[in-house]
Ligand binder design. Sequence first.
Ligand SMILES: NC(=O)c1ccc[n+]([C@@H]2O[C@H](COP(=O)([O-])OP(=O)(O)OC[C@H]3O[C@@H](n4cnc5c(N)ncnc54)[C@H](O)[C@@H]3O)[C@@H](O)[C@H]2O)c1
Length: 327
Amino acid sequence: MSSKYLVTGGAGYVGSVVAAHLLEAGHRVTVLDDLSTGHREGVPAGAEFIEGRIQSAADHLDPTFDAVLHFAAYSQVGESVTDPDKYWRNNVGGTTELLAAMRAADVRTLVFSSTAAVYGEPATVPITEDAPTAPTNPYGATKLAVDHMISGECAAHGLAAVSLRYFNVAGAHGAQGERHDPESHLIPLILQVAQGRRESISVYGDDYPTPDGTCVRDYIHVADLADAHLLALAAAKAGEHLVCNLGNGNGFSVHEVIDTVRQVTGRPIPQHTAPRRAGDPAVLVASAERAKQRLGWRPARAALTDIVADAWAFAQSAAPQQEERQQ
Ligand SMILES: NC(=O)c1ccc[n+]([C@@H]2O[C@H](COP(=O)([O-])OP(=O)(O)OC[C@H]3O[C@@H](n4cnc5c(N)ncnc54)[C@H](O)[C@@H]3O)[C@@H](O)[C@H]2O)c1
């Protein structure tokens, strides 16, 4: 059955991939995005596009929508430390308005992009949803605050909601891929080195208690993440706030990721070791058992070579556009 969805942040990386998956599944999609970090050309063909802010969601939501998928947020950890107010206003303030608009329009289902950053430095890995939440930066704190707001909305007003806590999202889906500016994610940064757009890759610390001394992270293919969103829409129940981690449950070290990029691209990747960054845990790996049980989700593209190959294909196709924009 075809449904109609509002996708906030659908001109950004994850939102554009999920919007494409919804359209491919035969649904109708309206993207609401202010293009603050997103790209108009990232919005998939077939989606209606509204250039606007979630703070004004009430102008665009009406009872014909079946659900909202909420990706719109600022998500640069470093910037959230230097300009926390910007993050609280947008991520929390904006979501307050969005929830009120959903209530007013009687749109009663929500899927929200939460993050592993809500857990901070984990005491044990793999990380389950019951782990203590102790974000180490304002970005993670704003996302946790929104999770709390959503729980309240479910309890008080019967919202059906699923928060998906992504670990490290990577890869691409055809024309939709990762283009953050500034880029802070490891795989696109290494690919910039492979393309000659960056001289070398910094490895922050090689003396962690991990097999090769570099940090270990859980990389999840953005198309697998998109599958989970469609399953979450089906699993959402009135009055319940379901929270699920999304990761592969496999960690890869920074050195393993760099080596995989060398293999996939066939290009040299100069690297240098830099001091550890404050607040970087040695290992962050998800337990995705709950997503498997409650959503019936299974990652289909867990191999790091596949994730990197798709990200590389996208980076190669997007490079000419990026050069044009820089001129
Ligand atoms: N990429 C990851 O690895 C990752 C990991 C964990 C969680 N997340 C979360 O997933 C979501 C999407 O991340 P992304 O990597 O695609 O980021 P992105 O910056 O590419 O996308 C965010 C989009 O939201 C839009 N936006 C921001 N504020 C807005 C507002 N007030 N009104 C309307 N549009 C607004 C931006 O223009 C952008 O298109 C974010 O909520 C992020 O916190 C991402």
